[in-house]
Design a protein around this ligand. Sequence first.
Ligand SMILES: [Zn+2]
Length: 69
Amino acid sequence: MEDWKGQCHRCGNFSSSHGMSFFNVDLLCGDCLDKEEAHPKFAEAKETELAAVMRGDYNFPGIGKPADL
Ligand SMILES: [Zn+2]
């Protein structure tokens, strides 16, 4: 996984705040994180990610970014 260098992996915007995608391992700016949260599959992505962490799989790659995100 790449470290945060101030630039969103998805939209390319520079941002001071960031977080990791729940759909894949991209590091995202606040705007992209908001878009993920609004996506219909966000709950599923988050649950799947949390289930992986619970079983000790900290390198879980996510369910994959939906084509319409
Ligand atoms: Zn972004």
